[in-house]
Design a protein around this ligand. Structure first.
Ligand SMILES: Cc1cc2nc3c(=O)[nH]c(=O)nc-3n(C[C@H](O)[C@H](O)[C@H](O)COP(=O)(O)O)c2cc1C
Length: 340
């Protein structure tokens, strides 16, 4: 059923289809009886405790899908245990010129260069506050993924992370410092140890409720950079990592080189990054003797992919590209298989 719908949706521009589909789902979910039916079809209970928080299941939606926290009710209805909103920046941003999201059908992948398009911390914080008020019984866990504005120089980046952290503090359950998107020029340079130390020290000092602050890393880091991050974890007690963001690597793709060149720069996600990101989880798990909490992200389409991440050391997982290709039953299918 979803295959047919997907074939039709894939005929149109990827970004337009994204908002079209979510707005249709939003309209449908306004009818409580239909929402109840959808929830009963897709609900997936498999409670797990992580970061001191109770999750109804371990499958989350990765950052960048619901950047502005507009579709939380609908995503909860589809069974997600958690949704990571953002990346949120202090000021609103348009992001890069369109088109900026592309499908690589043969590779079951996407390339995006969205560029942190979002409505800014203040609007998103107000929206989250209202959502919490209107949904007091919701068990959905919300992560706040934070970044810097394009116009902010790297030496002042910590100020952007600080202001997003303060704005979202009362409305999200955990935070993610995103320094690994390839679509904000210079951002990935913040993955260096000293820059990270500065950002994390600032945030740790204004965290009265001791909410977990995770770091999201790129799959393209050198061994030295990964080892630096592990050192940093020991030094300043990082609460955990999200492994990983999209890659800038274009090797081993089935899509023709001409097509890839035509698409241009951006982060590649989906099946081609599965192995690399799972290996990275595994490497970090071994180096830290299983003591560093990780959320596995990258190329998860099936329950097998999910359990590979978990067996490699991830406690929770996130899907994004797999949700687009596999459809709304992805959470339920993964949880059902993991339970057996
Ligand atoms: C269109 C698009 C936008 C994204 N935007 C963000 C973002 O704003 N912040 C972020 O941390 N990750 C972002 N990501 C990365 C995803 O959260 C995820 O880590 C990555 O796509 C790997 O997972 P996947 O292979 O399951 O898609 C984005 C991914 C896509 C495809």
């Amino acid at each position: 059923m979803y295959n047919l719908l997907r074939n039709i949706l894939f005929l149109f521009d990827a970004e337009k289809v994204h908002y079209f589909s979510m707005n249709i789902l939003k309209a449908i979910c306004k009818i409580s009886f239909i929402k109840w039916i959808i929830h009963n079809i897709y609900k997936a209970e498999y409670p797990v405790k992580a970061m001191g928080i109770e999750f109804s299941n371990l499958v989350g939606l990765g950052a960048g899908f619901d950047k502005n926290a507009k579709y939380l009710t609908e995503l909860e209805t589809l069974g997600f245990g958690f949704v990571e909103i953002g990346t949120v920046t202090p000021k609103p941003q348009e992001g890069n010129q369109k088109p900026r999201l592309f499908r690589l059908l043969q590779d079951k992948a996407l390339i995006n260069r969205m560029g942190f398009n979002n409505e800014g911390a203040e609007i998103i914080s107000n929206r989250l506050s209202n959502w919490r008020k209107n949904n007091p019984k919701s068990k959905l866990i919300i992560g706040g993924n934070i970044g810097k504005n394009k116009s902010t120089p790297n030496e002042d980046a910590w100020k952007d992370y600080e202001s997003c952290f303060i704005a979202l503090y009362n409305h999200v359950d955990y935070f993610v410092v995103n320094v690994s998107s390839p679509n904000t020029p210079g951002l990935r340079a913040l993955q260096e140890k000293e820059s990270l130390k500065q950002i994390f020290k600032v945030l740790q000092n204004i965290n009265p409720k001791k909410k977990s602050i995770l770091l999201k890393i790129a799959p393209d880091l050198s061994n030295d950079q990964i080892n630096d991050i592990i050192d940093l974890w020991r030094e300043i007690q990082l609460d955990g990592l999200i492994v990983s963001n999209t890659t800038i690597d274009r090797n081993n793709l089935k899509t023709s080189k001409i097509e890839i060149e035509k698409i241009g720069i951006g982060g590649l996600s989906g099946l081609p990054i599965l192995e690399k990101s799972t290996e990275l989880v595994n490497y970090i798990h071994i180096q830290t003797e299983g003591n560093l909490f990780m959320i596995g992200s990258g190329g998860i389409f099936t329950a097998q992919h999910a359990s590979d991440k978990i067996n490699s050391g991830a406690t929770l997982i996130q899907v994004w590209t797999g949700f687009i290709y596999e459809g709304p039953a992805i959470v339920k299918n993964i949880i059902r298989a993991l339970k057996n």
